[in-house]
Design a protein around this ligand. Structure first.
Ligand code: SF4
Ligand code: SF4
Length: 151
């Protein structure tokens, strides 16, 4: 399973199209809406985490582009402050990509930054704010939540 975050900008004549539904039904691509600003007859914007095979996501995005939707990918850089993390394991229950997981042999809470999609679900949940998620150079290394809030 492949997961990535995209900012989608919709032309106003597509505001009533059920794109999120179509991504699942036509392309088997799941989505997690991180931010949405869609109103009837206005240009809209969504920050979406898309999950599926690479080919299915690509086909789904090409489908959206055929309606004039502009697609921009956000690449995440994630770090965990090991001096803060006290291994409580709370974050493993919300991490949708498996980047935060428990190694059963010794119950250690491990973090694999390669699997992180930058969804930020772990950031506010972590009681000691051990997780630090930034997005790609395009956004000048801003914190992911800051980018989603100002997009
Ligand atoms: S929620 Fe925070 S402190 Fe707990 S295991 Fe995850 S990163 Fe570590
Ligand atoms: S931001 Fe946190 S919850 Fe989201 S994929 Fe990365 S490690 Fe998992």
């Amino acid at each position: 399973m492949h997961a990535r975050i995209y900012i989608l900008r919709f032309p106003k004549d597509t505001s009533d199209k059920p794109f999120v539904y179509e991504l699942v039904k036509k392309f088997d691509v799941e989505s997690n809406i991180l931010k949405a600003d869609i109103l009837p007859h206005r240009e809209g914007m969504m920050v979406l985490e898309l999950k599926g095979t690479r080919d299915h996501i690509k086909e789904g995005l090409e489908y959206l582009k055929s309606f004039g939707v502009k697609v921009e990918r956000l690449a995440a850089e994630a770090k965990r402050d090991e001096s803060k993390c006290f291994q409580c394991g709370s974050c493993t229950g919300v991490c949708p990509s498996g980047a935060l997981y428990i190694r059963r042999s010794d119950m250690a809470v491990l973090f694999d930054p390669e699997k992180c999609t930058g969804c930020t679900l772990c950031v506010t949940l972590c009681p000691v704010r051990a997780m630090d998620i930034s997005v790609s150079k395009k956004n000048n290394g801003k914190k992911a939540r800051e980018v989603y809030a100002t997009t």
